[in-house]
Write a protein that binds this ligand. Sequence first.
Ligand code: MN
Length: 193
Amino acid sequence: MFTLIDLPYAPGALEPVISAQTLAFHHGKHLQAYVDNLNKLLPGSGLEGLPLEQIVAEASGPLFNNAGQVLNHEMYFTQFSPKATDSAGQIKAQIEKQWGSLDALKAEFESKGVSLFGSGWVWLQANAQGELSIAQYANADNPVAHGFKPLLTFDVWEHAYYLDYQNRRAAHLSALWQILNWEEIERRYAKSR
Ligand code: MN
């Protein structure tokens, strides 16, 4: 039985980048619905009792969609902090090795978020050798389903930004770096090595 994660910050703590109202709907309604659907679909699937990442790796259809959305949102919400931190450690070194600078990575990340058609997610992911890449995934799809380690993600479903930014997806994506907790991304990267 999966339960809704608690947010590691107060509902208004990410304003003005993400409003308390958006957070209330996104976490309390959208993510809650994915958790409820996942719990309804698991019995009889043969995947009951497995860790979420394994369910995502093995499921298909509606079960994959809901398990994927739970995983995506858990990683999304827990990567933010009202006190953004700078990239540091291994992830900083790897980004500079591959992109030259953090700004170059941000530019590619935002561009891939803006150009993703319809609903989905843009991800920073790592392969087994620790090499990074930025990928677009539609709907509930994610790096775990493709054998990559998920590190950092921006949600480009309209429910993530429409109340605050309406159709201005690019403005929303470029603002998210202000609340990104790079210490969490570094932890995920270190764990994946
Ligand atoms: Mn979402």
